[in-house]
Design a protein around this ligand. Structure first.
Ligand SMILES: O=C(O)CCC(=O)C(=O)O
Ligand SMILES: [Fe+2]
Length: 376
């Protein structure tokens, strides 16, 4: 009788995630003998030199940023120039807004709005009843979010726009609550200051990718920007889905995220391990989005992430999503393509890129269809 050796065949493992409003995206993660050397923490980059008058210094930080963008797609930035006084004020306003009665927040309900700007609440199923008997699916709230977008008249460098371009700025549809006092002014100041920082970061990314520093400047004069004041409730112990915000990628160029000290943000590495991205004082988290991945021919990575608020406390965060002008046609950047690595994608603008997604979001609200995920 001859002995037979059975080779165990490792099944590929996939992580399913949400991208451009669809759930059927999957990314293979590497397990067992397939594991590779990947990140196990989120790097921190001191960006003070992006403001340096010396090109050499700006190039050095650009290189550091771009290396992280390619390897991890997520980083902490320190010395970003945004004052702690403003950050504290924005968080305090967000907490005061979310603490109001639902009936008051509903005055700026996204459902009332053509472009879905405003407040909304997301919920989760919590099966109740005997384990072996009929189970009731009770929905409980897990997250509230207030969404506002770019207002061209509030830009530190107000752009010249045609009526058509102005209509593409979703901030035209912002809904502002009357309370708390000073809410709109604070949120617009935050938008202004982060716009300036984002344009500077965009120049740094251009340099790091081997382009002229000003390569993207004309494409960010009236950028597609959205800001969400996220308010995560403590996750219900019986919640059917443990995610406060399901695994997803962001679809814009990059996101500047401000989080409180609660924790819960997790970033997927190539080996399928979710790496925590806890709060680090005086830093922001910056992650790259799908549109930048596309125009860099996949050189920069848009990394999957999720939020699980298992702290038992409320959590607040503020993602600032930054992208190009809605009507800027962007192809693969010449320095990211070559004869041996031709451009994989043709030119596309944000308006086209997000059209189907925005239509789906509207369908979801008008038909009450549930995707079980919170769109950005
Ligand atoms: O709340 C967080 O920490 C992350 C939020 C996020 O990923 C998003 O809104 O896209
Ligand atoms: Fe995100």
């Amino acid at each position: 009788m001859s002995a037979t050796t059975t080779m165990a065949v490792e099944e590929p493992r996939y992580e399913f995630y949400y991208r451009e409003n669809t759930w059927d995206n999957k990314r293979q993660v590497l397990t067992g003998s397939r594991c590779i050397d990947t990140f196990s923490e989120i790097p921190l980059v001191d960006i003070s030199r992006i403001f340096s008058p010396k090109l050499e210094e700006r190039k050095a930080v650009a290189q550091a940023i771009t290396n992280v963008c390619q390897r991890v797609g997520f980083m902490y930035i320190s010395n970003h120039g945004i004052s702690q006084e403003l950050v504290d004020k924005v968080f305090a306003m967000s907490a005061a807004f979310h603490a109001q009665l639902k009936e008051i927040k509903q005055e700026c309900y996204t459902h009332n709005n053509k472009e879905l700007r405003g407040w909304n609440e997301h919920s989760v199923n919590t099966p109740r009843g005997p384990v072996h008997g009929p189970r009731l699916k009770v929905r409980v709230a897990k997250k509230g979010s207030f969404l506002y977008s770019y207002e061209p008249d509030n830009d530190p460098v107000p752009p010249q726009l045609t009526a058509e371009q102005r209509a593409m700025c979703l901030g035209t549809y912002n809904q502002w609550p009357t309370k708390p006092d000073g809410f709109k002014e604070t949120m617009l100041r935050y938008q202004r200051e982060l716009l300036t920082l984002s344009r500077k970061l965009m120049q740094s990314i251009a340099l790091g990718l081997g382009c002229e520093e000003t390569y993207f400047d004309t494409h960010v004069t009236a950028p597609f920007v959205s800001i969400i004041l996220q308010h995560y409730l403590p996750m219900h112990p019986d919640a059917e889905d443990p995610n406060s915000l399901g695994a997803h990628t962001d679809y814009e160029t990059f996101t500047i995220l401000n989080q409180d000290a609660t924790g819960g943000l997790e970033v997927l590495n190539k080996n399928g391990i979710y790496i925590p991205a806890p709060y680090i004082p005086n830093t922001f988290v910056v992650n790259m989005g799908d549109f930048l991945e596309r125009i860099t021919n996949d050189k920069v990575v848009s990394t999957v992430h999720r939020v699980r608020n298992v702290s038992g406390r409320q959590r607040y965060s503020i993602p600032f999503f930054f992208s190009f002008n809605m009507d800027s046609d962007m192809g693969v950047i010449p320095s990211c393509a070559s004869e041996t690595n031709p451009a994989k994608y043709g030119p596309r603008n944000l308006f086209e890129f997000t059209k189907e997604m925005r239509a789906r979001q509207k369908r979801k609200y008008t038909t009450g269809e549930k995707h079980g995920i919170d769109a950005n």
